[in-house]
Write a new protein. Structure first.
Length: 165
């Protein structure tokens, strides 16, 4: 009995190690980690490889939008904070001084646009994560099919039909 439990445990642990998993930035297969760019070594299923290609594309677009948005937010907010509200210039030679107020409206506009770009990157990252998860599920043999269904209901005198997905 003890031998059969031991053999069963070993078999189950080997099945678990043979599965592919995605841990943030790396694929794990048989206890070894692979970078996402080496997905062809990890994934043998062509459908799973297509999901990884889509995920990498979405991640790239998310990186571009997020990087530009973050740079613009940091630059404009840094300029807004570091620029004094008023500047006084001495014209010299007895001509007096000039006081000039700083107009930060263009900087706030850049900040708002950059925030929008950074927010646009979020759906790209979410889509990339979903595609990576679908790739892992497809490689491991789990079902990832889209299964919409119709639901018919009645309440008193009324009849309702809904499409659920």
């Amino acid at each position: 009995m003890k031998k059969s439990i031991l053999i069963l445990t070993i078999i189950l642990s080997q099945l678990n190690l043979a599965q592919v998993s995605f841990d943030g930035k790396k694929f794990m297969k048989e206890g070894q980690s692979y970078k996402v760019k080496n997905y062809t070594q990890v994934l043998s299923n062509p459908v799973a490889q297509d999901f990884v290609k889509k995920g990498r594309t979405n991640k790239t677009f998310g990186d571009i939008f997020g990087g530009i948005g973050g740079f613009g937010m940091g630059l404009s907010l840094g300029l807004i904070v570091s620029t004094p509200k008023e500047r006084t210039y001495n014209l010299g030679y007895g001509y007096g001084t000039i006081t000039q107020k700083t107009d930060n409206s263009a900087r706030w506009t850049v900040f708002g646009i950059s925030t929008g770009l950074a927010l646009v990157s979020i759906p790209f990252y979410i889509s990339a994560k979903k595609n990576f998860d679908k790739a892992v599920k497809t490689e491991n043999g789990e079902a990832t099919a889209f299964k919409p269904f119709f639901k018919l209901g009645s309440e008193g005198n009324s009849l309702a039909m809904s499409y659920n997905f």
